[in-house]
Structure formats: C-alpha cells, structure tokens
Design a protein around this ligand. Structure first.
Ligand code: NAP
Length: 270
C-alpha cells in the first residue's frame, strides 16, 4: 500500500510549533520554494527572524507574500542571493545584521544540471555542481563565523541528501557533492565547537518538490521510488523543516558534526 504525502498535510498545517527560536536571526539560502521555503517558514513560525533568499526577485517577492499572508510579516525579510556570488552572500548577511546579527545559517542551495554516467559528466558541469552544492556552503559558513562570535554562538545546518550515502543512478557528481557535505559538517564541527557553534546536516530522502519532479510524477518510476521507503510515501518539505527547526534550537544543544537522515526509512549506508 502507498500513502500520499498530501494525506498528512492537514495535520502538519494545524500543528502549532513552539517558539523555540524567539530572538534568533536566521539566513536560509534557496528559500523561496521547496525545502528551503518550508524551513524558512518553520523557523519564522518558531519565532526567528528569517532572511529569505534565492536567485530571482520575483520568487523572493512571492515567497515573502505567502509568509506575510500567514501572519509572519514581522519575522521575514527577502533579498536576492545566488549562492555562488560573493556580493549576494554578503547581502544576506547584511540583512541579518540589520535584524540584529546572525544565529542560524541553513545552507540549502543545490543544483543537479546533468544526468548520466559519472565519467561522462563534463568538467564544467562538475565544477558548477561542486561550486554551488559544496563550495558555497563552505564560504557561507566561513563568513558566518565572525557574526556568530559576536552573538556568543550559532548553528550551521547543511542540506545533504540520501544520495550522499548511496549514489543515485545517473546523478553521480551530484551524489558525490552531497557525500562531501557530510565530511564538511564533521570537519568544521570540531573546529568551531569552542565558539559555541554547532554544525549539523540533514540528508533528506525523496521530497515532493520541483527538484524531485522526475521521480515523483505518476508512473513506474514513482511507484518504484516509493517502494524503497519504509513509510511508503515521499517526504514533504515540512518533514525536513521540522528536523531543521530542531537542529536550530536549543533542543539539539549536545549534537554536533552529525547528519540526520530523514528519508522515510530508505536504505542508507556510507
Ligand atoms: P526546489 O524545490 O527546486 O527549490 C529550489 C530553490 O532553490 C528555489 O527557491 C530556487 O529559487 C533556489 N535556487 C536554485 N539555485 C539557487 C542558487 N544557485 N542560489 C540560490 N538559490 C537557488 O528544491 P528542493 O527540492 O527544495 O531542494 C533543496 C535542497 O534539498 C537541495 O540542496 C537539494 O539537493 C536537497 N535535497 C532535495 C531532495 C528532494 O527530493 N527534493 C532530496 C534530497 C536533498 P530561484 O530559482 O529563485 O533561485
């Protein structure tokens, strides 16, 4: 039997989160749609002030108006940020500073521009994948540290993928970039612990967003993908947002260097 993620939607929307993040300021990259949007929404619902961003102004405007419509006007600001552009990364942090400083960084942007055997991935596609999926996260974390120090601590959350544990067929380079994020999480976490900063990572399974369209549209591929989950459904962006809110909050204060797999029970091993 399979279950649709939408069956659970009403429960998720009627759930009133605790205000665990009151007084905190968060930057969430790639947060105008999908998982990033759900994370921005949830952090704001829990009381944080959130800088919402992505590459296109119209997507930023649309996301902000959706958040304003559900009563989060005082908790969100929007700005353009293409994560591979230094001036854009500076802009999101400047927005956080205007809100009082930075406490939480969620590095969520990723691309998967090619499908095919790994050794047929062009050098330019490889570079783009690693620039956005890995290097931008590293650079964001680097620039976040001085801001965290001013606030006496902070939280870094990277968004990896189940594909980082078991490479997805035809998505080799993307999968390797997501494995590298697990390593980046471990490497940085040891080094910033003294500054009261925790660094953790989430590895989502298949989540119903535009990004996963090719797997989630009706048909045999969808059925097969669902059969790989123990829960017999795809994830929702809200499923991931709940994990992110936990990692952003004091409830996770003794967790660092870890990757939480939120995959509905898909097999994972490194
Ligand atoms: P999505 O629904 O397609 O949303 C993508 C978001 O990223 C949009 O807001 C887009 O807005 C923004 N974006 C794209 N490129 C960007 C860039 N270079 N800089 C800044 N923003 C950018 O994607 P998603 O499924 O939520 O994926 C989010 C993260 O989850 C990614 O790291 C992905 O690898 C990971 N993940 C997804 C799944 C899944 O099944 N969906 C599974 C595992 C991991 P603009 O177009 O305006 O830039």
């Amino acid at each position: 039997p399979t279950r649709r993620s939408s069956d659970l939607f009403i429960r998720q929307l009627s759930y009133i989160p605790m205000k665990r993040l009151h007084g905190k300021v968060a930057v969430v990259t790639a947060s105008t749609d999908g998982i990033g949007f759900a994370i921005a929404k949830r952090l704001a619902q829990e009381g944080a002030k959130v800088v919402v961003s992505s590459r296109h102004q119209k997507n930023v405007d649309n996301a902000i108006s959706q958040l304003v419509d559900i009563g989060l006007k005082d908790n969100v600001v929007g700005t353009i940020c293409h994560v591979s552009k230094a001036e854009d990364r500076k802009r999101v942090f400047d927005e956080a500073i205007k809100l009082g400083g930075l406490d939480i960084l969620v590095s969520n942007a990723a691309v998967s521009p090619v499908m095919g055997p790994t050794l047929e991935c062009s050098e330019s596609a490889w570079d783009k994948i690693f620039e956005i999926n890995l290097k931008a996260g590293f650079l964001l974390a680097k620039d976040a540290m001085p801001l965290f120090k001013k606030r006496g601590g902070g939280r870094i959350i990277f968004i990896s993928s189940i594909a980082g544990y078991q490479p997805f067929e035809l998505l080799g380079a993307y999968s390797v970039s997501k494995t590298a994020l697990v390593g980046l999480t471990k490497a940085i976490s040891n080094e910033v612990a003294y500054d009261n900063v925790t660094v953790n990572c989430i590895a989502p399974g298949i989540i119903e967003t535009k990004f996963a369209d090719q797997l989630t549209q009706e048909g045999p591929i969808r059925d097969h993908a669902i059969s790989l989950t123990a829960l017999k459904r795809f994830g929702t962006p809200e499923d991931i947002a709940g994990v992110a809110a936990f990692l952003a909050s004091d409830d996770s204060s003794y967790i660092t260097g870890e990757t939480i797999i939120a995959s509905g029970g898909m097999q994972s091993r490194l």
